[in-house]
Design a protein around this ligand. Structure first.
Ligand SMILES: Cc1cc2nc3c(=O)[nH]c(=O)nc-3n(C[C@H](O)[C@H](O)[C@H](O)COP(=O)(O)OP(=O)(O)OC[C@H]3O[C@@H](n4cnc5c(N)ncnc54)[C@H](O)[C@@H]3O)c2cc1C
Length: 645
């Protein structure tokens, strides 16, 4: 059994990363050329890692299933990226960003990693500015900041509502430079199908060329997985349609522990679900909560009249509006963290105050800020988001309040990694949203982009080098090695097995059904009974999938249905693990809300005595997992109840 060793450097929290960098082993330039690194994923984490490692002189192969790295899900990120520059001079510091992140994560993240993240945050902004990322600027030319949830300072850098796109173009530029120089080779339209482990070390992957359907073998002295989050296990989420958990599930089955799988982020400001045939949910960026005020009618009869189409939002007078976040959390108001805001919206809707035709919506209103700042300022700040809203909902948000409701958005859980971002498989690193990350039980807005780029630009270049310094005598291995052969054979058999089912129901049918089970039982509110029910239902659905799924076509050709089926088969196993994890954690923390464990005011009731640990699960066999615990020790932070009042 693998023991957990988080490899946290000794010494003061504030010196750990500096000490690590001072003492880590290096690889000299002539040896770097002899070492191959595989990076799977071209989002912010993967692209920044590959560009940096290529620039350092390693041979890098990078993979993505899209036609271009620029189509990675990171491109969708809207609101911004945090850093502790303190440009507005409003009291920010590296320590405060660290503190807010630990508190925001409800004291379920590793202190040393979070401090390092805060420490490197400023360098990310410098790197991106140097690449030409067009961050918003003040009149005088300095970079502008706005506020995000869970912080009382403004530390979010942004490029209108397209921050992810601009950052990814920056990383893609850096990556393209390496591709041209020949240090990085790009494999687009390629999907990782399995990891290859030789003598306990990650030595490559099996990839499928999605155009020809052919399986390929690729060797690497080290492998980096940066395949993003698994929110699509819920079917409806704000994630890109292709986002999936398969690479994480493949390495899980090969020995990489999965940490805190049940920690899912439900984002409060999404366009509400509007029909049975919807396959995607749209985020309205958290940045909108800078200027938008969230409310529901104070009177139930007004809410009902609105639901029946008899009373418009604008006809409800000011005194009959309940700005419930401002009322409940006066210190943070509309900028409470996402988990808190989502639960508060759900509470109002469950209590009968929800609006819109389904009653599962609250208002996000810009009337006051348009009056104060003028429509042109709001348009400058959020123009593209308003346009997106109007296109989808067919209502003008400058004139009527937007309607929003919480939706699945981000997964804090992921592959367990140590301080070096190495998983429990030697030589297998995991970066970005794919790892269990620095966000504990709840991520603060604008911190995912920060973490992905921190991992890729500033952490992996050191930690991978430390590992590879011990591999310089290992010659490139032949992909005729029996381990490659066995892995490829297994993948081939699985694809054939999927097609051979020859059933009657579409892949989407199963995915949708899984999503419904997950949302109802492993979603915003969880109970022991519902979680046990979920496990039972998922097991039955999985059995039905393998008896009755219908996939047309063949494995050795372009086959989009087969790609989907392969991913959904993994979601059908992951969903069960998420329910197990949520069942094991008899407490509420961050996004994990067990209804049995709440304060009188409906807030999370943590149990630090029994659950102040990272839950790292080991795969035993299908439906059977073993729990390992990484205790969380806090040296510099006092662990207390989260208060945003
Ligand atoms: C709508 C939306 C808005 C957001 N806005 C913000 C924001 O403003 N600020 C913020 O900090 N965060 C934001 N987030 C979160 C943030 O965008 C993500 O957490 C982050 O971009 C993830 O980056 P990543 O590099 O880890 O993965 P991704 O960008 O998801 O990239 C994954 C990559 O892995 C590849 N891949 C996956 N599986 C395979 C496979 N098996 N084989 C080969 N390749 C594979 C894909 O092709 C892709 O290239 C937002 C998220 C959403 C959904």
């Amino acid at each position: 059994m693998t023991a957990l060793n988080s490899k946290i450097p000794k010494g003061s929290l504030f010196q750990k990363w500096t000490q690590y960098k001072n003492h880590q082993n290096l690889v000299n330039p002539s040896n770097k050329r002899k070492l191959d690194i595989i990076v799977v994923g071209t989002g912010l984490a993967g692209a920044s890692a590959a560009a940096s490692l290529g620039e350092m002189g390693f041979n890098v192969k990078i993979f993505c299933y899209q036609d271009s790295p620029r189509r990675a899900h990171s491109i969708a990120a809207q609101g911004g990226i945090n850093a502790a520059k303190n440009y507005p001079n409003d009291g920010d510091s590296i320590y405060r960003l660290f503190y807010d992140t630990i508190k925001g994560g409800d004291y379920r993240s590793r202190e040393s990693n979070v401090y390092r993240l805060s420490e490197v945050s400023n360098a990310i902004i410098d790197q991106c500015v140097a690449q030409g990322v067009p961050f918003a600027r003040e009149y005088g030319g300095s970079l502008e900041n706005r506020s995000f949830g869970g912080a009382q300072v403004s530390r979010t850098f942004f490029a209108r509502g397209q921050t992810g796109q601009q950052l990814l173009l920056g990383a893609y530029g850096a990556l393209s430079r390496q591709i041209k120089l020949g240090t990085v080779k790009l494999y687009n339209r390629h999907e990782m199908m399995d990891a290859v482990i030789i003598d306990g070390k990650a030595r490559g992957i099996i990839a499928r060329d999605l155009i020809s359907g052919k399986l390929e073998r690729h060797f690497g002295h080290a492998v980096v997985i940066a395949t993003g989050g698994y929110g699509n296990v819920f079917y409806l989420s704000t994630n890109a349609m292709g986002s999936n958990s398969s690479a994480l599930w493949q390495i899980f089955k090969k020995g990489a522990f999965f940490a805190n799988p049940c920690f899912t982020q439900i984002h409060p400001t999404c366009i509400p679900v509007h029909g049975d045939y919807q396959s995607k949910l749209t985020l309205m960026s958290e940045s909108l909560r800078n200027d938008g005020r969230i409310w529901v009618p104070r009177k139930k009869e007004d809410a009902e009249a609105n639901r029946n189409g008899k009373l418009k939002a604008n006809d409800i007078p000011e005194e009959d509006r309940d700005y419930f976040l401002e009322r409940r959390y006066p210190a943070f108001g509309n900028l409470v963290p996402r988990d808190v805001a989502s639960r508060a919206a759900k509470e109002r809707c469950d209590a009968g105050f929800g609006v819109g035709s389904t009653g599962l919506a609250v208002f996000l209103d810009f009337k006051e800020s348009i009056g104060r700042l003028g429509r042109n300022v709001i348009e400058e700040r959020y123009g593209n988001l308003f346009q997106m809203y109007e296109k989808i909902v067919d209502e003008n948000p400058y004139e009527n309040p937007m309607m929003i409701y919480p939706a699945v958005h981000y997964t804090m859980g992921g592959t367990w990694v140590d301080y070096e971002l190495m998983s429990t498989i030697t030589g297998l690193f995991v970066a970005g949203e794919a790892n269990f990350s620095d966000h504990g039980a709840n991520r603060l807005g604008a911190s995912a982009l920060m973490q992905g780029l921190a991992d890729g630009y500033f952490v992996l270049p050191y930690t991978i080098q430390n590992y590879l310094s011990g591999e310089i005598r290992v010659a490139r291995m032949s992909t005729e090695n029996p381990a490659f052969e066995a892995a490829e054979k297994q993948v081939q058999e699985r694809l054939e097995k999927l097609i051979a089912v020859g059933g009657s129901k579409t892949v989407d049918h199963f995915h949708k059904e899984l999503g419904r089970i997950m949302w109802e039982n492993v979603g915003m509110g969880r109970t022991e009974t519902r979680l046990k029910n979920a496990i039972d239902l998922i097991q039955k659905l999985r059995a039905e999938f393998w008896k009755d799924v219908k996939i047309t076509g063949k494995p050795d050709e372009l086959n989009v249905e087969l790609e989907k089926a392969n991913r959904v088969a993994d979601f059908l196993e992951l969903g069960e693990l998420m329910a197990y994890d949520a069942l094991n954690r008899n407490e509420s923390c961050g996004g994990h809300f067990r209804e049995e464990y709440q304060t009188e005011e409906g807030e999370c009731l943590r149990n630090d005595v029994d659950y102040k640990y990272v839950a790292a699960w080991e795969y035993i066999k299908e439906g059977e997992f073993r729990l390992h615990k990484e205790p969380l020790d806090y040296e510099e932070i006092e662990v207390k109840q989260r208060v945003y009042k």
